[in-house]
Design a protein around this ligand. Structure first.
Ligand SMILES: Cc1cc2nc3c(=O)[nH]c(=O)nc-3n(C[C@H](O)[C@H](O)[C@H](O)COP(=O)(O)OP(=O)(O)OC[C@H]3O[C@@H](n4cnc5c(N)ncnc54)[C@H](O)[C@@H]3O)c2cc1C
Length: 550
């Protein structure tokens, strides 16, 4: 038997907040050194960190740009990627069965496949729980995965365009659940609408109506009275209507039928309440609870010692606070992944490991572009944070939680919306190359033209443009993509555009100088304009020393 065939085979199913971190560590420490074989199984070819899905839903995060590709990540980190959703298991033969794979048109690319394991880890996450409420499946949008978030983005964008063009009178959004997801989503939608208006879309503040419905007596129940009161106050300041003690009887095409029989009419219905594990987990012959979560012991092991489970799909004992369950959170999945990597490596060496203990670091919830709220557990005591200080800590969470993942992940910070515009430049100059400068009211994080990219651009950026590459249909068209640095301070706006030595736009630049789009796509061909383009007119000659004007 070859050396490779004798190697222990770890199979991790689910490359989410927990699973990706686990395979990255196992791949780096074992797979790369040929000490074990490490496999990741996922039905999606790419990863987006789930706590960012509300940003995908509002277009603040560009999936195409920010997702991580498992195939390339696996190559870099010493594990292999098996593409397909797991649907069953043969525990006697120690194989998992993954479902057939279809392309976007529904054609079958591959039939069901099997993958053998020595140790299996299930980290397949969970989904929202409708608690059997009629109409949720048919009429509600959910943030269970990137596909759901993308559907919500399109629905939201469509409705916003309808209002901007005068087709619809309002955007009425109903969100069920005032947990972190519902609160962050409501704040993000409010912020996105402010951005859209800032760029000239004809939507007034009172045309947006967001209602949060919550069965509990407070928003963010369980996070603490002060935190909850602050969040309530901030949401109310934004004009968001909060209905607590509110039960949903039924969802219809028109809206939500509430416990008192009244109808709350909404255009977009979103369900963020509750959590449960996937139904198929209860068919594996392993113990599950009533929400399909796999029961595991303090070593995250199911009753089959070669099968582990963790994250949102598992129900593990809370050693620190007996009687309480562990939270379904990325924070918990991250700590479990870190612990499990050690445990599995110790197992290979025949060494023992202490049971898993969850140490809560607190919870922070974003309330828009510059404020957040929550608690952070320090070494000495628990600290409540709110406002800007909370937002600063919040904006550092993503890289901290994914410390073990690749450079892409480490570089990833919470970023602002992606704005794509098309600039039509005058072509009557004889310059061999064109020089364009764009000035901003505050530093921007990143901007890109078709061929040129600049990171951390500061308050202005100069680009040399080759007209041969930019000419289309006899016009000099420039696609501009601006990523605003949103976590700190107010959103930056374009203040000046200088083309060669000519100031093309007034100060401040009017939205109509750009043909603006709100987008999560990097290709302008698929975008829908918010504002009709207006040709840019030369305003004044700023001379050679144009630096002065910024
Ligand atoms: C909008 C939102 C905001 C949130 N904010 C926070 C926050 O601020 N802080 C926090 O701690 N938590 C937050 N959470 C919760 C957090 O995202 C989850 O608790 C965490 O992602 C759970 O990690 P996981 O690894 O168990 O599962 P997930 O991250 O959900 O990953 C599951 C993976 O399994 C894959 N998968 C599913 N089924 C199969 C199958 N049959 N076969 C193969 N692969 C499969 C999926 O494609 C996915 O890649 C938030 C959640 C949402 C939705």
């Amino acid at each position: 038997m070859s050396k490779s065939a004798k190697l222990h085979k770890f199979v991790v199913v689910g490359g989410g907040a927990g699973g990706l971190e686990l395979v990255t560590t196992l791949g780096r420490k074992l797979g790369k050194h040929r000490k074990a074989k490490v496999y990741l199984v996922d039905g999606s070819p790419t990863h987006i960190w789930k706590p960012l899905l509300h940003e995908v839903a509002t277009g603040a995060l560009n999936v195409g740009e920010d997702e991580l590709n498992y195939f390339t990540h696996a190559y870099s980190f010493g594990y292999r990627f098996h593409f397909g959703f797991m649907k069953g298991i043969d525990r006697n033969r120690k194989v998992i069965i993954s479902d057939k794979i279809k392309d976007l048109e529904g054609n079958i690319i591959s039939g069901p496949r099997e993958l053998r394991y020595d140790t299996l880890v299930l980290a397949v996450g969970g989904k929202t729980n409708s608690f059997g409420t009629p109409g949720v499946e048919e009429f509600c949008q959910r943030l269970d995965n990137p596909i759901g978030a993308e559907k919500l983005r399109r629905r939201f964008l469509g409705q916003a365009i309808g209002v901007a063009l005068g087709r619809d009178p309002k955007i009425r959004i109903g969100i069920v659940g005032a947990g972190a997801t519902g609160v962050e989503l409501a704040s993000e939608i409010f912020h996105t609408m402010t951005e859209i208006r800032a760029y000239g879309a004809k939507i007034t503040a009172d045309q947006l109506k967001i209602t949060i419905m919550e069965a509990a007596p407070t928003v963010l129940a369980g996070v603490g009275e002060h935190v909850s009161a602050f969040a309530h106050q901030e949401l109310t300041k934004k004009g968001i209507d909060i209905k607590t003690h509110c039960m949903i009887e039924k969802v219809t095409e028109k809206g939500f039928i509430l416990g008192d029989g009244s109808l709350l009419e909404t255009d977009i219905k979103i369900w963020t309440a509750g959590i449960k594990a996937h139904d198929w987990l209860s068919t594996l012959g392993l113990k599950t609870d009533r929400t399909n979560r796999l029961q595991v012991n303090e070593y995250l092991q199911t009753e089959d010692p070669s099968i582990y489970a963790f994250g949102d799909c598992a129900f593990a004992p809370n050693i620190k606070e007996p009687g309480k369950t562990l939270p379904a959170s990325a924070q918990c999945a991250h700590q479990q992944a870190e612990w499990l990597a050690k445990r599995l490596m110790n197992d290979l060496k025949g060494k023992s490991t202490k049971p898993f203990v969850f140490n809560s670091q607190g919870q922070l919830v974003s309330l828009g572009n510059s404020t957040a709220v929550g608690t952070v557990n320090g070494l000495v005591s628990k600290v409540s944070l709110k406002g800007k200080s909370a937002k600063i800590v919040y904006s550092t969470l993503y890289p901290a939680q994914n410390d073990d993942c690749n450079q892409f992940m480490r570089d990833f910070h919470r970023r602002g919306p992606n704005v794509v515009g098309r600039l039509e430049l005058p072509t009557d100059d004889l310059y061999p190359k064109y020089k364009l400068k764009i000035g901003f009211s505050s530093p921007i994080r990143q901007m890109a033209f078709r061929q040129l990219r600049a990171k951390d651009s500061g308050t202005h950026k100069e680009f040399i443009i080759d007209p041969m590459e930019m000419q289309r249909n006899g016009k000099l068209l420039l696609d501009v993509q601006i990523r605003l640095h949103r976590a700190f301070g107010p959103t930056s706006r374009v203040t000046r555009i200088v083309y060669n030595n000519l100031a093309l736009c007034g100060d401040p630049v009017d939205a109509s100088d750009f043909d603006f789009f709100l987008s999560t796509s990097t290709s302008t061909s698929t975008l829908t304009p918010f504002i009709r383009p207006t040709n840019i007119t030369k305003i004044k000659d700023v001379g050679e020393d144009e630096d002065d004007i910024f």
